[in-house]
Structure formats: structure tokens, C-alpha cells
Design a binder for this molecule. Structure first.
Ligand code: GTP
Ligand code: MG
Length: 228
């Protein structure tokens, strides 16, 4: 699987070298309520959302970043944690994915205990260990209020055992604690792992196709697109 390449031509007559950017598809998975939408929103807009609703299907967020002189588009697939809002979508989530961010909530032990279930879903969708996986314990701003149910040591052990890097984040914290670090680290890692060269192909579908899921539950959430 290769990263997507996009080329933009100059509107002027003089030929100039094309600007190009690669797109990396990153899926964010984990139990409902762990903060996947808030993390994706924070990274793409720099803000914590005023309010969120359970994600239906997928919400699609992007941010163009500069990594060592190369434009890289981080395309975040903010997936639904609730089974009923995701079951028809699972195969689309995992198709052509470049990296996985696996999220639990540091104040919710059940969300940590569910991690093996999410990893099993990755396995069933034939994700190899060449696809980077990052473990994220979100809501670290609540640590000081002693509501922490999962210690960082416990999570780090789990991450080590499964060859994942581990971060504690707060999508809400004043400085978006560690949110930027997670995705910037991933961008650098993906760039290193997939150097530019003859092996990359433009993937038109990445920017042109879209589809919708049935809207009987929450019609206001119907607007999204994907790169499948
Ligand atoms: N204190 C705190 N609250 C957070 C943080 N991130 C998310 N939340 C809150 O957690 C709740 C759930 O957040 P969402 O981002 O909607 O959760 P989700 O994982 O996308 O849930 P689904 O879409 O149902 O899978 C919301 O009330 C958020 O405001 C965080 O870093 N700190
Ligand atoms: Mg969500």
C-alpha cells in the first residue's frame, strides 16, 4: 500500500516544478466516549469542540503539515465507537490505512480493558505490524482530580507488549497536551517509513469519492466523505 500523492499545477503559463503533497490515512479507534472526536478536532483545528455527539460512521478531518520540507496531509478518520454506528463501516475504516491511533480514557478502566478487542478487529482486517499503532490515554487533564483509573505505567506495559508507542493526551488541556506530539510523531514516522520515490502513485479516489451511511438515526451527521 502506498501513500497518496497529489500534484498541483501553477495557473501561470511558465512551467514551475509541481507542488506535491502526500496523504496519510490515520484511523482513530477506541470505545465510545474516550475522546476520539475531540482529539481529531483538536489536531485539525487547534481547538477543543464546544460540544460533541456520538460519531456516526466516520468524521473526516485533515491537516496539512510540513515535515522536513515535504507537505504531508494527515487525514484523520474519526471513527464511531458505538457498535451500531460503525458496523457497516468497518471494512472502509481499515482499507488503505497507514497508521492507527488506539485511544482509551484514563478515567475509564473499561475503555482500557477493551483494547484487546480493538486489536483483534485490526487483526481481522489483516493489518500487519508494519502499520504503526499508537496507544493514547486521553483526558490526562483529569489526572490531578484523582479520577485516574488506568496508571501510565500499566498502559506503558501494555504498549510495550504490543510494540506500540504510548502517549497520554488531553484534547481539552490549554496547550492540547501531547495531541500535537502524537500526530507529528506519526507524520515523521510515516515519512521515514515511506520515502518519496518511484513507488508512490497518485490515488485519485482519495480526493474524489464520497459515500454516505444510512441516515435513519441522526440525519444531521450525514455529511462526510472518505477515501475508499
Ligand atoms: N476532560 C476531558 N474531556 C474530554 C477530553 N476529550 C474528550 N472529552 C469529553 O469526552 C466526551 C466524549 O468525547 P468524544 O470526542 O465525543 O468521544 P468519542 O470517542 O468520539 O465518542 P464516539 O464518537 O461515541 O465514539 C465529551 O463530553 C468530551 O467533551 C479530554 O481530553 N479531557
Ligand atoms: Mg466521536
Amino acid at each position: 500500500m502506498e501513500s497518496s500523492l497529489e500534484f498541483s499545477a501553477s495557473p501561470h503559463c511558465k512551467p514551475v516544478p509541481p507542488l506535491r503533497s502526500r496523504t496519510f490515512k490515520v484511523i482513530v479507534i477506541g470505545n465510545s466516549g474516550v475522546g476520539k472526536t475531540c482529539l481529531a478536532y483538536r489536531f485539525s483545528t487547534g481547538r477543543f469542540p464546544d460540544k460533541t455527539e456520538a460519531t456516526i460512521g466516520v468524521d473526516f478531518r485533515e491537516r496539512l503539515i510540513d515535515v522536513e520540507g515535504e507537505k504531508i496531509k494527515m487525514q484523520l478518520w474519526d471513527t464511531a465507537g458505538q457498535e451500531r454506528f460503525r458496523k457497516s463501516m468497518v471494512q472502509h475504516y481499515y482499507r488503505n490505512v497507514h497508521a492507527i491511533v488506539l485511544v482509551y480514557d484514563v478515567t475509564n478502566e473499561a475503555s482500557f480493558q477493551s483494547l484487546p478487542v480493538w486489536m483483534e478487529e485490526c487483526r481481522q482486517n489483516l493489518l500487519g505490524y508494519d502499520i504503526p499503532r499508537i496507544l493514547v490515554g486521553n483526558k490526562s487533564d483529569l489526572v490531578s482530580t484523582a479520577r485516574v483509573a488506568v496508571s501510565a505505567e500499566q498502559a506503558r506495559r501494555f504498549a510495550d507488549a504490543h510494540d506500540m508507542q504510548f502517549y497520554q493526551t488531553s484534547a481539552k488541556g490549554h496547550h492540547g497536551d501531547q495531541v500535537e506530539a502524537v500526530f507529528m510523531m506519526l507524520a515523521h514516522r510515516l515519512k521515514r517509513q515511506r520515502p518519496l520515490g518511484g513507488a508512490c502513485f497518485p490515488m485519485k479516489a482519495a480526493t474524489t469519492s464520497s459515500f454516505k451511511i444510512p441516515q435513519k438515526n441522526k440525519p444531521e451527521k450525514e455529511k462526510w466523505s472518505c477515501t475508499c
